[in-house]
Design a protein around this ligand. Structure first.
Ligand SMILES: Nc1ncnc2c1ncn2[C@@H]1O[C@H](COP(=O)(O)OP(=O)(O)OP(=O)(O)O)[C@@H](O)[C@H]1O
Ligand SMILES: [Mg+2]
Length: 439
């Protein structure tokens, strides 16, 4: 295992005083957790554990009486009973700086792209700093994401946090990729958490492309990474986004997926003995979700913004999943991708009717809002009456609103579709929506 310690020690903060620490020993392994006695270290700190193959690092994730619960960032092979456990009495942070742009890193900031080590002048804490809610700038300006359905009908504001709710294979990755290429944000930070390893490469090579990659930082902690690595991967993604925001830049953060973050936290919490509550998720999961999501958003007056898209998996397309439910409540809007639309070849499969951007009324002009509303009405009338029309039970001329809605529907459907390589800027989206509705 490549040593987390040696990676981190490259970046150690200068001038920290090191106190000698007592070593302990391993007494038990349960699932993914190591239990050590005889040493003491704070939650969140690292310990060095001796194994048959050398040393590995593990993070303190909890304690009970004199026992420390540790979780390694890699697999447990080679761990022996009674192995020596030494707390690492040094602070460490995540290296942050413009050097990260164009790079692909793992959950703790180690490069994965073979382009050499990353040296940065600064480090930041994985946990971020909380911002006084009163000093956050309000969301006032739209952020261009280059997708007609979003810019036109579900306008996203700089500093907004949106959930992208979808089942598997309905176009989450493609939609996020379209945004990285189409957005006017200066920096894009992508967290690929708990996805298949193959998908990571595909996302970087095919979906992101050269042009998207130059202003992006990709953090990858795929499904085979340890739960701690996946959890850290999410924190790393947020930490990097915060760094660029604090430089005054507008950042687009794309996290695929928030559900995998919740699952990683579930694995860790269950293995340290927290009782499961809703659908096997222990209560700490529902406490950590808002703590993560709240790190995105606007900074104070002289800082930039983090506009964030968190994908949320709705297994079996069930929007009532506890993570989907909890996420909807803490996000400022949600975009639902519909399997039915994807099956019909309507891409991006954004179900406008079931999606909402809570900040849209505050950031677009009255005409734009009116057009979005009218379009929603058309979609809603058509959906409600589709069955009647299909079986011929509706006679044209009976209700002018229905006639008009069906007349506009094909044009609106055309407006809402977009090829995966196409980028349409914000003003163009508004103009196209206007001409669609002027018929
Ligand atoms: N805008 C688009 N235009 C054309 N095809 C699209 C578009 N968006 C998605 N697709 C099609 O949908 C397929 C699945 O998309 P994608 O890989 O983004 O889904 P996903 O939700 O990320 O899947 P998974 O859950 O497996 O990660 C793509 O391979 C592509 O064929
Ligand atoms: Mg995907």
């Amino acid at each position: 295992m490549s040593s987390l310690l040696s990676r981190l020690s490259q970046y150690q903060t200068q001038g920290l005083t090191k106190r000698p620490v007592a070593s302990g020993r391993l007494v038990r392994v349960v699932g993914l957790t190591l239990e050590a006695v005889g040493c003491s270290a704070p939650v969140g700190s690292l310990c060095r554990v001796e194994t048959q193959h050398g040393e590995m690092e593990a993070e303190v994730v909890g304690f009970a009486n004199d026992t420390l619960y540790l979780m390694p960032s890699d697999n447990l092979s080679g761990v022996m009973p009674g192995a020596k456990v030494t707390p690492i009495n040094e602070e460490h942070g995540l290296p942050v700086g413009p050097e990260l742009l164009g790079r692909v890193i793992d959950g703790v900031g180690k490069p994965l792209d073979g382009l050499g080590p990353i040296f940065t002048a600064e480090q930041a804490s994985f946990n971020g700093r909380s911002i006084n809610p009163l000093s956050r700038k309000p969301i006032k300006e739209p952020l261009d994401v280059g997708i007609k359905a979003v810019n036109g009908m579900l306008t996203v504001g700089k500093g907004q946090r949106i959930g992208l709710f979808a089942g598997s294979g309905v176009g989450k990755s493609v939609t996020l990729g379209m945004m990285t290429r189409g957005t006017t944000a200066q920096v894009v930070v992508v967290g690929l958490i708990g996805e298949r390893g193959r998908e990571v490469k595909e996302f970087i090579d095919e979906i992101l492309g050269e042009e998207g990659r130059a202003r992006s930082v990709v953090v990858a902690a795929p499904a085979d990474a340890s739960p701690l690595m996946r959890l850290k991967g999410c924190q790393t993604t947020l930490t990097i986004a915060e760094y660029f925001r604090d430089q005054g830049l507008d950042v687009l953060l794309l996290m695929d997926s928030l559900t995998r973050f919740a699952q990683a936290q579930r694995e860790i919490a269950l293995s340290v003995g927290e009782p499961p509550a809703t659908k096997g998720y222990p209560p700490s999961v529902f406490a950590r979700l808002p703590a993560l999501v709240e790190r995105a958003g606007n900074g104070s007056e002289n800082q930039g913004s983090i506009t964030a898209f968190f994908t949320v998996l709705t297994e079996g397309d069930d929007l009532q999943d506890p993570i989907a439910d909890a996420s909807r409540a803490i996000l400022d809007g949600h975009i639902v991708l519909s399997r039915e639309m994807a099956d019909a070849g309507h891409y991006p499969a954004i179900d406008v009717e079931r999606s909402v951007s809570r900040v849209m009324p505050a950031i677009v002009d009255d005409e734009h809002m009116l057009m979005a509303k009218a379009s929603r009405q058309i979609l809603s009338i058509c959906r409600k009456n589709q069955d009647l029309v299909s079986i011929g039970a509706y006679k044209p001329g009976t209700d002018p609103a229905i006639d008009q809605a069906f007349a506009f529907k094909p044009r609106l459907d055309q407006y809402l579709q977009q090829g995966m390589k196409d980028v349409v800027n914000f003003q163009m989206c508004v103009n196209m929506l206007r001409s669609t509705l002027q018929g």
